[in-house]
Design a protein around this ligand. Structure first.
Ligand code: ATP
Length: 248
């Protein structure tokens, strides 16, 4: 059914610097309450796709030149990142981007900047984030610069949650993290999805790990979707096993 589609990306093309065609007609959809993974190797176009959705291409001298992006029934290609945040679409960028000089708690609170529902409600969300990420509670007063890579990734996801998002776009959450920490981060993502109903769209090179936690996956290659399917079907597919499961 199409009734529960939250995000629909329709044949988008993205060009960088007016000449470099990077996405060559990418289509996919994300159901409300789903966890969808964009997979594929280095340079396949995953980050570009997320940036297209959250309208963060301009800073990179990129633009969507064809196709449409819809959130429910609304066209969103022309919305600013701030307008997207208001609609509950929050992107966690690759490389984490915590404010190094701020404490973990200060970092988390910056995620609530667009909310106008008051301090009490914001504190309630903060306690919720700490319930999902007990490590962040322990480290709440630590300067982010002195926390581990895993803690910084958790902080970046926690900060996104402070905005009370409907959908979180996660770019390469596993990058640079030990497998055990990746498991911990993905486990919490799955929990947030199931208990809070947050929809996730993630870009991952770590196909193996992503397919363990996602419901559905799209494999990108050279700016095109070359394969799509239920996560368990992709994980069992011989071509996927041969070409992608070794990547990480
Ligand atoms: P990665 O895991 O390396 O981030 P990816 O699948 O996310 O890979 P993209 O970062 O979307 O891939 O890059 C897709 C292609 O676009 C690559 O060929 C890359 O070199 C090119 N590209 C990315 N950003 C720019 C830019 N700002 N200007 C020009 N080309 C770019």
């Amino acid at each position: 059914s199409t009734a529960n589609i939250l995000l629909r990306v329709n044949s988008i093309e993205v060009i960088y610097n007016h000449v470099i065609l990077v996405l060559k007609g990418v289509s996919f959809s994300v159901p409300e309450g789903g966890v969808v993974a964009l997979l594929g190797g280095n340079g396949a176009g995953k980050t570009t796709t997320l940036r297209a959705v959250s309208n963060l291409l301009h800073g990179e001298r990129g633009e969507v030149t064809k196709g449409t992006i819809e959130l429910r029934d609304e066209r969103i290609e022309a919305l600013t990142p701030a307008e997207l945040v208001k609609r509950g679409v929050i992107q966690v960028m690759e490389g984490r981007h915590c404010f190094a000089h701020l404490s973990i708690e200060e970092n988390l609170l910056t995620g609530a900047y667009t909310r106008s529902d008051g301090k009490a409600a914001i504190n309630e969300t903060l306690e919720k984030v700490y319930a999902y990420f007990p490590r962040l509670k322990t480290r709440r007063s630590s300067q982010a610069a002195y926390t581990s890579g895993g803690e910084q990734q958790m902080c970046a996801v926690g900060r996104a949650l402070m905005a009370s998002p409907r959908m979180v776009l996660l770019d390469e959450p596993s990058m640079g993290l030990a497998p055990q920490i990746v498991d911990e981060v993905f486990g919490i993502v799955k929990d947030l999805n199931q208990k809070e109903g947050v929809t996730f769209l993630l870009a991952e090179q770590n196909t193996n790990m992503a397919l363990r936690y996602a419901d559905f996956g799209y494999i990108l290659e050279n700016g095109r979707v070359v394969m799509e399917g239920a996560a368990k079907d992709l994980a069992a597919n011989e071509d996927v096993k041969e070409f992608y499961l070794g990547l990480s």
